[in-house]
Design a binder for this molecule. Structure first.
Ligand SMILES: Nc1ncnc2c1ncn2[C@@H]1O[C@H](COP(=O)(O)OP(=O)(O)OP(=O)(O)O)[C@@H](O)[C@H]1O
Ligand SMILES: [Mg+2]
Length: 647
């Protein structure tokens, strides 16, 4: 791939030069020169419209937006004799010559005038058609994958796990897996492996062999979940102690999996999104593995029972798996997804594209098989460590990438030492493909050849994946029971009280599992609720609750009065308003010495408001209060600002 180094500065330089030349030619006021002026004027106009023109001319929606330079020239000052003077003495000139190249200590990243590149053509030249996309949530993995798929020939089968995922807006058929369950009882091996992948904890300790052996035997002897349960009861009677323990565990675990009878089928010749979002977390992994095994069997011709199915692999299909770590996290243990086989043999039958949040989520050996490894910005230490093994310079580049920018970690740098930095251009998606259908476009029924659009109201009743939806919502911001129960009632038509009970149970479970924290909060409406929010990740230096409090504070003061908001880690108060400072205290931290320090330092410059979650906590901070420092809750926040505004 040719790496562009054409910067905006250069472009504007050329444009200015060309316009200058045009003006000069016009200034001559002589006929042929005036005519000639059209040439630089046209070139300047073309340069101004460069991006628009390129967009029209190329099919691709992926741009190169920057490049990183990894090597720099080694120069030497030399003296050269360029002639002799009148007295015959040699004239010397000192000049700088490039005598070699060396690695830069810190790569140089330069943004360029964006140009469109055909990433598919580039991928096609790679050693294999395996593509991996890594990046934290919201970095643009799914959007990038969509762009790649839109430029790719052949049918695509997409595994999508999130509600309202970007893939659901593609003009493809959507199969809602919660109503079209892949039958796990067709192959006992498939069942046992999918089961092991789903409940990784079983793989440790003494349970391992027991659970695996029992599930495999029972899957062979059962034709559906009821049958499986009856068989479990039957063997329980003769079980040893350790087996009884394993059986009790299996009984508990299958409750999340037994969500219906198998009715899944797929036509590999069509573009299809398999929507797993309505299943519980464990069922998502379990049925993804079962479905993947069925699809692979169809692709390779194993179990092909009709000509329709054998014909399917005349055109190679692309399997796309979002959140691929679901299936690969136990690679080191003895639970290997069928992906392992697919990776090695896919070239013959089609392509495999995968996405995951962390580069290090995927085992080294597994990851190295991907011929293309597209990565967004990451600050995770484990990811950076894995990237360092490829090239230490990449660590620096990856940390420097802006939002939505990505690089290919397998890019062949060559002698020029340039690494292109890419970004998907979303502005260019035709209206019909934009995320306007947050809901699946179509739902196909098993074995149907025609697709009929079903409006949400007419949809068959769905299993509501409460836990998955709650986790998704909480990823965005803190929630409270009545608020989220209203959401379920409005969007899924469930009774509000039923939703409340369900939500309460799940939140309690997540708090017990130490996944969530909670805090009483006086809302602006005057209502006091218990807020549930996730704990901060290791690589986050600000808690999601703190971020949310700052947002609430900003939304509830006069926007125009916000002068500055501190980015995390800055030694400034969280918000500076025209008439006072605001400190948002979550009171999650026991220590308050940094707050005290800030009150001392900034309280003398402007009055200060300390915003705390609830009125009980006001007491805790009251000792910091003075005529310049006010402790308050969001309920009284506006009034507090007004009181501080008084001269
Ligand atoms: N190249 C882009 N240009 C502008 N906006 C973008 C771009 N890519 C993504 N976005 C915006 O970011 C949002 C999140 O993107 P996307 O769903 O692709 O993230 P993700 O990395 O797949 O996150 P997750 O891991 O949570 O699925 C999109 O809805 C879109 O609004
Ligand atoms: Mg995504």
């Amino acid at each position: 791939m040719n790496v562009s180094t054409f910067t905006r500065k250069q472009k504007f330089g050329y444009i200015l030069g060309l316009l200058g030349l045009t003006a000069l030619l016009l200034f001559t006021r002589t006929f042929p020169f005036i005519l000639l002026a059209a040439i630089p004027a046209t070139v300047a106009a073309l340069l101004i419209m460069r991006r628009k023109l390129l967009r029209k001319l190329t099919k691709s929606r992926i741009m190169q937006v920057a490049y990183a330079e990894l090597i720099e020239p080694i120069t030497q000052e030399r003296t050269r004799i360029v002639g002799t003077d009148d007295n015959g003495r040699p004239i010397e000139r000192r000049e700088t010559v490039v005598v070699g190249h060396k690695r830069r200590d810190i790569p140089l990243v330069e943004h360029i005038d964006p140009c469109y590149i055909d990433l598919q053509k580039y991928i096609a030249r790679k050693a294999n058609p395996l593509v991996m996309i890594c990046g934290r949530s919201g970095m643009g993995k799914s959007e990038l994958m969509k762009m790649l798929l839109l430029n790719l020939n052949g049918p695509k089968i997409i595994f999508s796990f999130k509600p309202n995922d970007a893939y659901l807006s593609l003009p493809y058929e959507v199969i809602d897996i919660s109503s079209h369950i892949p039958d796990p009882f067709q192959h006992a091996d498939d069942f046992a492996t999918a089961y092991a992948l789903t409940f990784p904890a079983n793989l440790r300790g003494i349970m391992l062999s027991q659970v695996r052996a029992i599930t495999k035997t029972l899957a062979r002897d059962s034709k559906d979940w009821n049958h499986f349960r009856r068989n479990l009861d039957r063997i329980e009677k003769k079980a040893t102690d350790i087996q009884t323990e394993a059986i009790a565990l299996i009984k508990e675990q299958i409750e999340n999996l037994a969500v219906g009878e198998g009715s899944f089928s797929i036509d590999l010749a069509r573009n299809t999104v398999l929507d797993f979002s309505r299943l519980d977390e464990s069922a998502k992994t379990f049925y993804a593995e079962v479905a993947l095994r069925k699809i692979w069997n169809l692709m390779t011709g194993i179990n092909a029972i009709s000509t329709q199915q054998t014909k399917a692999h005349t055109e190679k299909a692309t399997i796309v798996i979002d959140e691929v770590h679901r299936l690969t996290q136990l690679y080191d243990l003895d639970a290997r997804s069928i992906l392992d086989t697919i990776m090695r043999q896919v070239r013959q039958f089609g392509k495999l594209y995968a996405a995951t949040q962390n580069y290090s989520d995927i085992n080294d050996k597994f990851r190295n098989q991907f011929g293309t490894q597209l990565t967004f910005n990451t600050t995770s230490e484990q990811d950076l460590e894995a990237i360092r093994k490829i090239d230490p310079s990449y660590v620096w580049i990856v940390k420097e990438l802006y939002l939505y920018e990505f690089i290919d970690l397998t890019f062949h740098v060559g002698n020029i030492g340039l690494v292109p930095i890419f970004q998907a251009d979303l502005s260019e998606i035709p209206q019909s493909e934009k995320v306007q259908n947050a809901e699946p476009m179509n739902i196909i029924t098993a074995n149907s050849t025609t697709t009929k659009a079903i409006t949400p109201a007419l949809r068959p009743k769905k299993i509501i994946a409460y836990e998955a939806i709650i986790k998704d919502k909480i990823e965005e911001e803190p929630i409270w029971i009545s608020g989220i129960a209203n959401y379920f009632s409005d969007n899924y038509g469930v009774d509000k009280d039923t939703a409340k009970l369900k939500v309460k149970d799940i939140l309690q479970k997540l708090v017990n599992a130490d996944e969530l924290q909670r805090m009483k909060f006086d809302m602006v409406s005057g209502e006091t609720v218990v807020l549930y929010f996730r704990k901060s990740d290791n690589d986050e230096n600000e808690s999601p609750f703190h971020r949310w409090m700052i947002r609430q504070a900003i939304e509830n003061c006069d926007d125009a009065s916000v002068i500055h908001t501190a980015t995390s880690g800055e030694a400034l108060p969280d918000i500076e308003l025209s008439n006072c400072y605001v400190e948002c205290e979550t009171s999650l931290k026991k220590r308050t010495d940094d707050l005290e320090q800030r009150v001392r330092k900034f309280g003398s410059i402007k009055p200060m408001i300390i915003l705390v979650p609830n009125s009980d906590l006001k007491e805790t901070y009251q000792r910091l209060a003075s005529d310049r420092v006010l402790v308050t809750t969001l309920k009284d926040f506006k009034q507090s600002i007004r009181s501080k505004a008084r001269p």
